[in-house]
Design a protein around this ligand. Structure first.
Ligand code: ZN
Length: 139
């Protein structure tokens, strides 16, 4: 498992983001189930969980193996387990930045705010910074 690549990408992100932005710790888990259990979270049905952020410990939790839900051409759902090192640099950066966005909004607007739970808003934040990382040829 090439964790170094994930850590290297996180270092690039930290170089790129303004100093005042959240810089959480990273924690790795074998799979989503152990990750959620450790964070006392329950997964909603039919929802892919790539990573979760825990504001109490200020940690981004990443599963080393992600169970992805797919639908085949016949309309049947199936699950495929994909190790994190099969993800592209861009996907890994996006995943980390999306979780940083939750903390960023939580710190600014409060952890009960709608901004903190705004998945689309967090995706936009992540997309913006992924574009910047690519523009600066860091990923
Ligand atoms: Zn999210």
């Amino acid at each position: 498992m090439n964790l170094k690549r994930v850590l290297d990408i996180y270092e690039l992100i930290k170089m790129e983001l303004p100093r005042t932005y959240p810089r959480p710790k990273l924690a790795f888990f074998e799979d989503e189930e152990s990750m959620l259990k450790n964070n006392r979270m329950r997964v909603k049905k039919n929802e892919n969980v790539y990573a979760v952020v825990n504001p109490e410990t200020f940690t981004i939790n990443l599963p080393l193996n992600m169970a992805l839900e797919y639908t085949n051409s016949k309309g049947n759902d199936y699950t495929k387990t994909v190790p994190i090192n099969k993800f592209s640099d861009e996907e890994i950066a996006h995943t980390i930045l999306h979780e940083i966005a939750h903390l960023y909004f939580g710190e600014r607007y409060g952890y009960e705010s709608k901004q903190y739970s705004d998945e689309k808003g967090c995706d936009r934040f992540a997309n913006r910074w992924v574009r910047k990382l690519k523009k600066d040829k860091l990923i």
